[in-house]
Design a protein around this ligand. Sequence first.
Ligand SMILES: [Zn+2]
Length: 475
Amino acid sequence: MRGQRCFAADALLPTGWAKNVSLQWDVDGRLAVVEADAAPLPGAELACGPLIPGMPNLHSHAFQRAIAGLTEYRGQSVDGGQDSFWSWRTLMYRFASRLGPEQLEAIALHLYVEMIEAGYTSVCEFHYVHHDSDGRPYADDATLALALMRAAQRAGIGLTLLPVLYQTSGFGGLPPNDGQRRFIRSTDSMLRLLERLKPLCEAQGAPGVEGAPSVRLGLAPHSLRAVPPDGLREALAGLHAIDATAPVHIHIAEQTKEVDDCLAWSGQRPAAWLLDHAPVDARWCLVHATHMDADEYRRAAASGAVAGLCPTTEANLGDGIFDLPAWRAAKGAWGIGSDSHICVNAAEELLMLEYSQRLGTRQRNVAAAAAQPQVATAMTLAAVQGGAQAAGRAIGGLAVGQQADFVVLDAAHTALAGLPAADMLSSHVFASHRTSAIDSVWIAGRPRAQAARHDLHDSAAAGFIAARRQLLDAP
Ligand SMILES: [Zn+2]
């Protein structure tokens, strides 16, 4: 029975830290027993440190992993002599134009291995490079989506696949530019792609499929600047006909320029426009949602949507600071994503989020709560819950019916050794100094990383390095 039972002296359940926790899961990796103050079941794997829920990564553009670190210099600018998101995007487009399916799979496989080793157990892939380098659909239109699905399956990470609808280069239906030729789709062609992918996603995540965590299909209208109102309405109606419960993710209000352009186009800020014109509810993930006014924070939270926060990418791109206190005051759900993959580490994402809040509010432990004063514990629980909701998958922590996705912290790590469990998690997040304090990572009840390493660690890294070299050397 090895691999279907686990016992931990300390485990972080949705209600908080518990002692002597016995876990048991079924053949599909779904938790059937979660019992505190229990004795180990016969044959149970004994966790060598505190057990925390696996973190869903709610926002990823896999191919961007290959340019992480390559845009850290002052380049030419499009907005008044300041380097910003928009100059980063120019470089990203140049790189995206050279990508092929083998390279995408190699980059994504390495990325997903990195994610697992860093405590992420599932990923929402916001997938917008659809066509070949000339902008023509591949003979099989799903070619690049399938490359991502293969990478996720090989790594063993759970997947929510979000094909991206991208139609215009700016508000008011501005025609796409040449750098966007690989992203552009009609609404009809997007719905045909979803219909093609749906049975494949269901098959990969079907009960009993050996070693495959579930795959969920959703849709990502890229942003209000890239999808005009008609396209948005028709795509949502089409998605509803395919799967009325499918997740919907959208970039919203990431930069002030986007807010200004939206105001000029519609007289409304992006989040306000979206809330007035789309059926935003708990299926939705509002990615970034950085620049909202007080009313937008209140209304967006009340819609039930998850705020998709990507703190290290938002810091890297100079986007601005999400108002977490306002969001939490409105009882908004939130989760974390590694987005551009400038950092692939769930603990560091939480660290960056909390530190940005401290710098903005000149207070400490901003994300703690009266019921959960330990800030790392409070953030982990909130981000797992919000991330699971955004993923549209049963990955919401250590509870019966949820997938057995969990991380065992390394209790022998110098930063953690000898501390109570909650302080171990705090040290993992705030004081492990970019060294991993993770021992093992389990997804759907299977160990995917042990002694902090995935089986494919070396081969995936070699494939990634070769693919990045090819892309850099391409004419
Ligand atoms: Zn993004």
